[in-house]
Design a protein around this ligand. Sequence first.
Ligand code: HEC
Length: 106
Amino acid sequence: MRLLVLLALILVPGWAMGQEEIGNVAEGHAFARDVCAQCHAVERGEAASPDERAAPFIQVASTPGLTPMALFAWLQTSHPNMPALLLDEDEMRDVTAYILSLRTPR
Ligand code: HEC
């Protein structure tokens, strides 16, 4: 885990910036709809994911202690039931910004 954290720090300079500076929320939303929505519920009002093993993003967003860094680390590693998604840095920032934006009440 320490290695992942380090990796995230190296690959994602500026991760510690304010939430709104992480990435572009609207771009991230569009990207999530295109790429992640195949398995995850990506919309704010969507309670159930198409793939029941994939957590709805609203639920991911409300995980206590979730940080942009944790999301970056997740998105850069592979997972048993989720394809390795090879996002470029902008995509990663945008989709992370979008997920974290679900936290704030509208
Ligand atoms: C092909 C299906 C699929 C796609 C596409 C997919 N995911 Fe997943 N995702 C999963 C599954 C299944 C899990 C549950 C963990 C596991 O078993 O690997 C998961 C878990 C996660 C988690 C961890 C959730 C938790 O409970 O902590 C995050 C964050 C995540 N996905 C983000 C994304 C993002 C962002 C995208 C789009 C860029 C995406 N996923 C695209 C299937 C998918």
